[in-house]
Design a protein around this ligand. Structure first.
Ligand SMILES: [Zn+2]
Length: 549
C-alpha cells in the first residue's frame, strides 16, 4: 500500500486537483468523530475514493467500517497509508481550511465580469431563473441554464473555478450582507443570499441558493426578480382569460373584506395577477387604502402603498410582527401579503381576516383545493377558511410557453411519431384540430430561434359558497367542483367554470400552446382524464362544451 506524506500528493492519487474530503462532518461519507484520526475518505475520479489510513490502523475496525460505508454508496475504494498529520489536517481543520481558502481567494476582475455578463444576458432575455449545475459525471464542468418563458434553455459551460469565482463574487460582494447566515462563501455548502443591482438597465433582486449535488459538486440557483417594472399587464383583460372567468376575478377583487388566495408554482405569474386585481380594486374603490408587504416589490402597482419587507438570514421575512404593528396603526383596509412561508405571515393573514380586512395572499399549491391543506399546515384551519364570507376566491394558475406565431408548425404536417400519437389523443376532444401546432425546432428571428414567444396563463377561479365550504370540510373534491359548475350554471357564469387544464386544452386547439407542454405540466390526456374534466360540465346540464366524450 502506498503512503501519502504531504497533502499535495493527494492530487496525483485522486487523479484530479478537484478532490474533496467525503468523510467530514457533513460529507457524503461522514464518519464518527472517533474514527477521524484513523481514517479519511477523499473523492477521486470516476467514483473512486481514496481511503486514507493512519500507519498502525490497518487493519482496524475503523478501516473496515469506512470501506463498507464507501462500498454501500457504490464507490470503489483505493486504500493508502497517510501520515496522522494529514488526517488531522483534513478533518479537524476542514472548516478552518474552507474559510481560509475562501477568505484567501480574492475576487478577481474576471469573476466580476463573468458574473455581470451572465446576469445581464439573463435579464436581457427575460429569464426568471439562472440554474447552474455540474455536468453529469464531471466535477469540473458546469452548465448554466436560463428559465425563459417557463422553458429551460441551456446558456453556456463554465469551469468549476469560473463558477466558484462568480458565485463567491455574488455572495460576498453583491449580496446584502444582512441576508447571509455565514459571512464567508463556501463552495460546497447550502447557503442563501439576496441582493439588488442594476443589470441591462433593470433594477433586479437576486435570490441566491446553493446546495451540494449528488454525486458531487454544487448546484446554484439565482432567481431574478425585476423590480419597479411595468409588467405590460394593466387590466384583468390583459390576462387573456375566458370572459366570465375574468369577470369572476373582477367581482372577487371588489370586496373590501375576506381573502383571495392565489396559488401556483414559482414563476407561474402570480404577482402579475395580483397586480391587475389590486389596480382594479384601487380604481373601483378609491375609498379604501391598499397596502402590500413584498419581498421585494416586483412591480409598481398603481394605487397601492407598497412596502418592501427585507429578507433576513435564510430568506425568512424579517420582523414581520413589527410590520404588523405598524400596519395596524396605519389602518390598511386591504393587504397583499406576498408568498406566505412561515407561521408569522400566517398569523398576520389570520389577524387581517378576523379584523374584517381584505387580504390577498400567494403561495405554492397544486390545485384550488390544495390551498386549504397548505394553509392548514401553517396553522390556518379549514374551519376558519370555510367560514361564511372569509374567502372571496381561490385561484390556481399555471403559465405555459406560447408557440411563436411566426414559425409554429401545423401538427398535421409533422412526421414525428410523438406528434402523430399526440394528434391521435387529441381526436378524443372531437373538435377541429386544424389549428393545432407544434414548436418549430429551428425557431425564427422573431423568437430568437427558440420557437417560443411569451406565455399564456391558464387558471382555475373558484368562489366557494356555503355548500362548497361544507364539501371542503368533508374532503369531497368531486362534490366541490360539481357544485361550482352548478353555481356557474345557476348564475349563467358560463366559462367561469373552466379549469386550468380545460383552458390549456382550448389553447392547444387554438394553436397557441403545444400539447406536449400541456401533457408534461398536467398529465397525458386520456379518456378518463377527459371524462373527469367534462363530467361536471355534462352533469351540470350542458355548457357549450367542445370536448364531448
Ligand atoms: Zn419564431
Amino acid at each position: 500500500m502506498k503512503r501519502v506524506r504531504q497533502i499535495d500528493e493527494l492530487t496525483a492519487h485522486a487523479g484530479t486537483a478537484d478532490w474533496r474530503l467525503l468523510s467530514g462532518e457533513n460529507g457524503e461519507l461522514a464518519i464518527q468523530p472517533a474514527m477521524r484520526e484513523k481514517v479519511a475518505l477523499v473523492s477521486g475520479v470516476n467514483r473512486e475514493c481514496l481511503l486514507l489510513v493512519a500507519p498502525g490502523c490497518y487493519p482496524s475496525q475503523a478501516y473496515f467500517e469506512a470501506a463498507r460505508h464507501a462500498h454501500r454508496l457504490e464507490y470503489t475504494v483505493k486504500p493508502l497509508y497517510a501520515e496522522q498529520s494529514i488526517l488531522t489536517l483534513l478533518h479537524d481543520q476542514q472548516a478552518a481550511l474552507a474559510s481560509t481558502d475562501a477568505a484567501d481567494r480574492l475576487i478577481t476582475q474576471e469573476d466580476r465580469e463573468r458574473l455581470d455578463e451572465l446576469i445581464t444576458e439573463a435579464v436581457t432575455r427575460g429569464a426568471a431563473d439562472i440554474m447552474i449545475s455540474p455536468r453529469k459525471g464531471s466535477q469540473t464542468q458546469y452548465l448554466a441554464e436560463l428559465d425563459i418563458d417557463t422553458m429551460i434553455t441551456p446558456y453556456r459551460d463554465y469551469t468549476r473555478d469560473e463558477i466558484e469565482g462568480m458565485m463567491q463574487c455574488f455572495y460576498q460582494s453583491k449580496a446584502d450582507q444582512e441576508t447571509v447566515e455565514e459571512p464567508i462563501f463556501k463552495f460546497g455548502s447550502a447557503q442563501f443570499a439576496a441582493g439588488d443591482g442594476v443589470w441591462a438597465g433593470h433594477r433586479t433582486r437576486i435570490r441566491y441558493q446553493s446546495k451540494p449535488a449528488f454525486p458531487g459538486g454544487t448546484d446554484f440557483a439565482l432567481r431574478l426578480l425585476m423590480m419597479s417594472e411595468t409588467s405590460g399587464f394593466n387590466s384583468i383583460n390583459d390576462l387573456n382569460l375566458p370572459p366570465q372567468q375574468a369577470r369572476m376575478l373582477e367581482r372577487a377583487s371588489r370586496r373590501d373584506s375576506g381573502a383571495i388566495v392565489l396559488a401556483g408554482q414559482t414563476s407561474s405569474g402570480k404577482t402579475t395577477t395580483v397586480k391587475v386585481m389590486l389596480e382594479n380594486l384601487s380604481r373601483t374603490r378609491p375609498d379604501i387604502v391598499i397596502r402590500s408587504l413584498e419581498s421585494p416589490p416586483e412591480y409598481v402597482m398603481r394605487g397601492v402603498h407598497q412596502h418592501a419587507v427585507r429578507e433576513s438570514k435564510g430568506g425568512e421575512l424579517q420582523a414581520l410582527s413589527e410590520h404588523v404593528k405598524e400596519l395596524m396603526r396605519m389602518n390598511p383596509t386591504y393587504l397583499f401579503l406576498g408568498e406566505v412561508r412561515g407561521h408569522e405571515s400566517a398569523g398576520l393573514f389570520l389577524h387581517m381576516l378576523e379584523s374584517g380586512h381584505g387580504v390577498i395572499l400567494t403561495g405554492h399549491a397544486g390545485s384550488p383545493l390544495g390551498i386549504y391543506s397548505k394553509l392548514e399546515g401553517l396553522g390556518i384551519s379549514k374551519q376558519v377558511m370555510t367560514q361564511a364570507s372569509n374567502v372571496n376566491a381561490l385561484i390556481f394558475q399555471r403559465r405555459l410557453p406560447r408557440l411563436c406565431p411566426h414559425c409554429k408548425i401545423p401538427m398535421s404536417q409533422s412526421a414525428a411519431i410523438e406528434d402523430k400519437e399526440a394528434l391521435d389523443r387529441l381526436r378524443m376532444l372531437k373538435s377541429s384540430l386544424e389549428r393545432v401546432c407544434v414548436q418549430s425546432p429551428e425557431g425564427c428571428s422573431q423568437c430568437n430561434n427558440r420557437g417560443i414567444r411569451g406565455t399564456r396563463v391558464a387558471m382555475d377561479v373558484v368562489r366557494p359558497d356555503l355548500r362548497m365550504s361544507e364539501m371542503v370540510r368533508a374532503d369531497d373534491t368531486r362534490g366541490f367542483h360539481a357544485r361550482w359548475v352548478e353555481l356557474c350554471v345557476e348564475h349563467d357564469w358560463g366559462d367561469a367554470a373552466e379549469t386550468a387544464l380545460y383552458h390549456s386544452l382550448r389553447l392547444v386547439l387554438e394553436g397557441e400552446v403545444s400539447i406536449h407542454t400541456v401533457e408534461s405540466r398536467f398529465s397525458e390526456i386520456d379518456s378518463t382524464l377527459l371524462t373527469d374534466e367534462c363530467r361536471t360540465w355534462k352533469t351540470s346540464g350542458g355548457f357549450a362544451c367542445e370536448f364531448s366524450v
